[in-house]
Design a protein around this ligand. Structure first.
Ligand code: DQA
Length: 148
C-alpha cells in the first residue's frame, strides 16, 4: 500500500516530554518523536499526521475525523486516558482501520492502576516499554503488514 495515511495521537501530558520525569519517559521531546515518524513515513511513501491533546474530547474528535478522511491506521499513546477512558475505546471501536497502542514506559512494571488499559480491548497491537522506539516499531509493523 503506498500513500497510506496514519494518525498518531498523543494523550495528556505528553507535550511535556523531554522535561517530564525523564527517568521514566526519556529525554526526547514530542517534536523529536514526531519528526522521526514523519521521516520514516516519507521514506516509505506514507503520510503521518500527529496530534497531541490534553483533552479527551479533542482526541475523540480526531478519531472520528479519521473514519472519514481515508486514514488507514491509528497509533495512539492515550497516556493517562488509557486507564480511564471508555469514551476513547468507544471511538476507536467505531474506526475500521488498524489500531496500535504505544506506551513509552512499561506500564506493567509500574503502579497497578496502570496495568489495565481500556484501549487494549480494541488495539490490534500493544507496545510498551521501548521508549520512543515503540512508535517507530508501530509504524514499521503497519508498513510491513501492508506490504505483505
Ligand atoms: C504512558 C503511561 C501512562 O500510564 C501514563 O499516564 C502516561 C504515559 C507511557 O507512555 O508510558 O502519561 O502512556
Amino acid at each position: 500500500m503506498s500513500q497510506a495515511k496514519v494518525l498518531v495521537l498523543h494523550g495528556p501530558n505528553l507535550n511535556l516530554l523531554g522535561t517530564r520525569e525523564p527517568e521514566i519517559y526519556g529525554h526526547e521531546t514530542l517534536d523529536d518523536i514526531n519528526n522521526s515518524l514523519y521521516e520514516k513515513a516519507a521514506f516509505n511513501g506514507w503520510e503521518v499526521k500527529a496530534l497531541q491533546s490534553n483533552h479527551e474530547g479533542a482526541l475523540i474528535d480526531a478519531i472520528h475525523a479519521a473514519r472519514l478522511d481515508g486514514t488507514a491506521a491509528i497509533i495512539i499513546n492515550p497516556a493517562a486516558f488509557t486507564h480511564t477512558s471508555v469514551a476513547i475505546l468507544d471511538a476507536l471501536n467505531a474506526f475500521d482501520g488498524k489500531v496500535i497502542e504505544v506506551h513509552l514506559s512499561n506500564v506493567h512494571k509500574r503502579e497497578s492502576f496502570r496495568h489495565h488499559s481500556y484501549v487494549s480491548l480494541r488495539a490490534d497491537g500493544v507496545i510498551a516499554g521501548l521508549g520512543s522506539q515503540g512508535y517507530l516499531a508501530a509504524l514499521d509493523a503497519l508498513i510491513k503488514a501492508a506490504d505483505a
